[in-house]
Design a protein around this ligand. Sequence first.
Ligand code: AMP
Length: 436
Amino acid sequence: MKILILGSGGREHAFCWKISQSSLCSKLFIAPGNAGTAAFGQNIEIDINDFLAVKAICISNQIDMVVVGPEEPLVKGIYDFFKNDYDLKDIIITGPSKSGAQLEGSKAFAKSFMEKYYIPTARYKEFDASNFNEGLQYIQNHPLPIVLKADGLAAGKGVIICQNYVEALSEFELMIQQSKFGDAGKKVVVEEFLDGIELSVFVLTDGKNYVLLPEAKDYKKICEGDKGLNTGGMGAISPVPFATDHFMKKVTEKIIEPTIEGLQKEEIDYKGFIFFGLIKVDEEPMVIEYNCRMGDPETEVVLIRLENDLVELLVAMDQEKLDEQEIKIEKNNAVTIVAVSGGYPEEYKKGLPVNLLYLENPEARKHIDNGEGAIVFHAGTKILGDQIVTNGGRVFAVSAMAEGLGDAIELSKTILEQIYFDGIYFRGDIGYEFVD
Ligand code: AMP
């Protein structure tokens, strides 16, 4: 099969790495890709939200399968575009449909879906310009902290946790009256703060059946000790020690299965990944958010633990036969640690030359070339002439696997210390709660 992967981050490099191992994959294309994905297939420079440009690539390269990395094309309806196009309708595409992608694209939709299907989540109310004053009243009578969420996609910045009423009222006003997040914030979900520890659970569903992929925990803050600004993700681990069989049984019964049943009852076409952003509160799982695609950097630990052929799973998804698939998971501990450019998540430079010193170090290379536990996934990189340069805030995700989480972390750090670009920074404490 000729397979096209859409996206340009560490997640997409991990998809390339995994998919290229499948005997079902004859050729890989990545749009737009990065310097790492170029080693697995042909990078094609297009805007992936321009569906006609995606169509042109599919036709000219006789693509059989499209794997969509980020949420934006899904929320904009790329799945429906394919299914409604005579030339594209038979191509396997990881969905969901536009209506299913609302689970991520509209917080208000996700909340009312959860309420309707009794899926545990924080209590909430939604407001817009039409009931703005009622919203001010609601906030003033709500216990602190209070969580405000822009309804639509806001580049990961649309959630504000307010510790006092002055801040909450002013942010509420900024979102609804001053369009702080543009149209994404014209509607606001106001919800109670949940106090607990978070984890991410992933399934692949064909709309009726699903398979459970390895869970992960990501680290969002820029500084060690979970301090500082939020980022796209500074690292992740899998498995998550507190995701015991007992806890995961509750996740399955109270969250995953009601979600899949709800999608069926709503007649929502959903063939793709569901990412459940969960929080454990007093031993009970609750949903913080849904995403309609895999996470980044979680994919960089999830896929290295998945032993199944991913293309085979995606074909079974398309044929609605996921019930015939049995997931096999590597028992070892995986970590990924993200190297970012100085200044990220605020202003940072691009175009900095990258030096991969480990390539000249036989000891370090052994781990990577012989599959002895480490993989360097590129994120914000590109090739300029014959030089790799930085092309984003998150530049590499170095994944490693070992029997013990501590050893996996040490291995990842050993490789990271042999990657150089001006201003490189990574957190040294990913997984800190779970190692001595
Ligand atoms: P979201 O975009 O919904 O994932 O929110 C981003 C982050 O904000 C989450 O990963 C949580 O850490 C935090 N968050 C969101 N909603 C809540 C909540 N109701 N209670 C506590 N933390 C929350």
